[in-house]
Design a protein around this ligand. Structure first.
Ligand SMILES: Cc1cc2nc3c(=O)[nH]c(=O)nc-3n(C[C@H](O)[C@H](O)[C@H](O)COP(=O)(O)OP(=O)(O)OC[C@H]3O[C@@H](n4cnc5c(N)ncnc54)[C@H](O)[C@@H]3O)c2cc1C
Length: 388
């Protein structure tokens, strides 16, 4: 949706083919980093994303075993480097809806729901997508096709592009609760709790009613059926284990997730491109998947515009792969894998070293800033500018 908006704002015709009737509200991306907020400002929607989300300046790492705060990062140190020295917790369906609303201002932008892409093709000058629609099969043609159809991308599969990497064996339990963890325990809007056995992530989002909702993601025990893992009794037990409390937790959403680390072997084939989860998937420790996908879309919109305006010829499109693929590997895959390792490290000596290292980084202003420049993908954006 961000890609579509970026294309429309650059004066291009764009048609979005969305299989579903509505947008998925299952809890997924929320953390929107400074680099992305700066881009969204350029599309005129940054302010609305901030308004509908929660500003998060602090980001805490805890040792769940000892209960000690290991490090508190403060995004204010990014002042001067970005217009948004913080992260914003804005649920991705809100960002999608903001884009959909903005797209209505562009007569050359068409948004079609219940249009499932079932086939794609290309020749030297065009691309096409065949869709199952409520009105039967329809073909849509264009100059370029961008597959932003998620991790199971049919565009990627039909382009015969390998999705190399791996899927973690363990499942993760995700749930939401309005319980106020900040009032009770003093946590920030974004918290990681390291534990060799059961690490856990805790985030606050504003929620659809803006009253505040907390998301908890923790590892599943693996050996129990889904309905048992997600039963009220088991989820209460899980929350009480992490955060003992004298009352029951009010649980709103519950679900199971699998996480992956995969990158498409190439991000384009001829006139077809992959962006977002269709091109790369990663574990959510770092809040980077959606951010990286938005950066893909912004890069593509820029490249198409360079061609449209006659400032470059089609050869420039090869820059998409040259930039976006290595940047995803370096700033998203490597960082999220390192984050997961740090949270779950079992060796007591290495575990101590990794947690101590975080404390030292926060204590040193230079390292503190450097860590957040990387974590917020500002470094990635700057590095993109060095890759021609
Ligand atoms: C628990 C969890 C927490 C996360 N937290 C964060 C976070 O805080 N920050 C962050 O940056 N990332 C986060 N992520 C990752 C993030 O959710 C994803 O990277 C992001 O949502 C991917 O967006 P996308 O648009 O590429 O794909 P999707 O959101 O999967 O959207 C794909 C769209 O394509 C449609 N579609 C699929 N197939 C077809 C078809 N054949 N025809 C037409 N339409 C089709 C789908 O209906 C869907 O609307 C998290 C992920 C998880 C699981």
């Amino acid at each position: 949706m961000v890609t579509a908006l970026a294309l429309a704002q650059r004066g291009m015709h764009v048609t979005v083919l969305e299989a579903e009737a509505t947008y998925d509200e299952k809890p997924r991306a929320a953390t929107t980093h400074a680099s992305t907020l700066d881009m969204l400002d350029g599309l005129g929607i940054g302010e609305e994303v901030v308004r509908q989300g929660l500003i998060s300046r602090r980001f805490q790492h805890w040792d769940r075993v000892s209960g000690k705060l290991i490090a508190e990062f403060d995004f204010s140190v990014l002042g001067g480097e970005t217009n948004h020295p913080y992260a914003v917790q804005c649920e991705s369906h809100k960002t999608v809806n903001i884009c959909a609303q903005s797209l209505t201002a562009f007569p050359d932008a068409t948004l079609l729901h219940r249009h499932e892409v079932v086939g794609v093709g290309r020749d030297a000058d065009h691309v096409w997508a065949d869709c199952d629609t409520p009105h039967g099969k329809q073909r849509f043609t264009g100059d370029y096709l961008v597959g932003t159809d998620g991790a199971r991308s049919i565009v990627r599969r039909l382009c015969d592009i390998d999705f190399a990497g791996y899927t973690f064996a363990e499942r993760f339990v995700g749930l939401t609760t309005p319980f106020d963890f900040e009032a009770k325990f003093g946590y920030s809007n974004r918290n990681y709790f390291a534990d060799p056995e059961r690490f856990v992530l805790l985030f606050k989002v504003s929620g659809n009613d803006f009253k505040g909702l907390w998301r908890v993601i923790s590892k599943d025990g693996m050996d129990e059926p889904d309905d048992v893992v997600l039963s009220e009794a088991k989820l209460q037990e899980r929350l009480q284990y992490f955060w003992p409390n004298d009352t029951r937790y009010d649980i709103h959403y519950r679900g199971l997730y699998k996480f992956h680390q995969r990158v498409a072997a190439q991000f384009s084939k001829g006139r077809m491109f992959l962006a977002g989860d269709a091109a790369h998937v990663n574990n959510p420790m770092g809040g980077l998947g959606m951010n990286s996908g938005i950066h893909d879309g912004m890069e593509l919109a820029l490249l198409f515009d360079l061609i449209q305006s006659g400032k470059a010829d089609a050869a420039i499109l090869a820059r998409y792969d040259r930039r976006r693929r290595p940047l995803n590997v370096e700033y998203v895959q490597q960082v999220t894998v390192a984050n997961k390792h740090r949270l779950e490290e079992k060796d007591p000596v290495i575990r101590r070293e990794r947690l101590d290292e975080l404390g030292k980084i926060v204590a040193d202003p230079v390292q503190h800033k450097a860590f957040l420049m990387r974590a917020s993908l500002i470094d990635s954006v700057r590095k993109a500018g060095t890759i021609d």
